[in-house]
Every structure is written in structure tokens, then in C-alpha cells.
Design a protein. Sequence first.
Length: 119
Amino acid sequence: QVHVVESGGGLVQPGGSLRLSCTLSVDIFSISDVNWYRQTPGKQRELVAHVRSGGSTVYGDSVKGRFTIARDNAKNTVHLQMNYLKPEDTAVYYCNARRPSDYGWLDSWGRGTQVTVSS
């Protein structure tokens, strides 16, 4: 089983920055995809950013040009650098690690970290 731990959330003013971290309990090279999602009450979980084992990335339309996802392979960690934050970025941010198995894709989730953008 893969344990996923998010950190780095907090309160920030509009226009500010935060860096979230997603630390995995296994060798990151055993993970195919690492995804950051976010969720606000009453809404579906939204994909924020995604990085594959080969390094390719995908971003949600609402964060393109402001957020950057990057792997730190030496630390089995994926960072989400969030710049020019807006109030609508307020959400609980979850990290998801996906890996293949003989039974199909296996997903592991962290407990989430709260990001609040407010003046």
C-alpha cells in the first residue's frame, strides 16, 4: 500500500503563492501518475495538475500559467507550486498516486490539505 501525505497548505492573500508537497511512502518510480485534485463543498473533485513518470504534465484550464507541478525523484515527492492565487482557488487539495498492478490501476489518496485564499 502506498501512503500519500500532503503538506504546505494554509492561508494566503490573493496574488500570493504557496507550494504544496505530496510525499510518497514508496519509490516514486513505481508510480505511474501523480495527480493533484481539489474540492470545495458541494462540488465534484477537480483535476488541478498531473505528472507522469516520464515527466509530462497536464493542467486544468483554470490553473494554466499559474501552477506548476514537478517531481523531486530523490525525495519521492511531487510539488505543486501555486502562484497568483485567487479566491476561487480556495479548496482542499488532494494528492493521488496511481500505479499499475496485475489487477488494474491502483489509486492511493492523501487526506488533503486546506488552501484558503482571502484578504
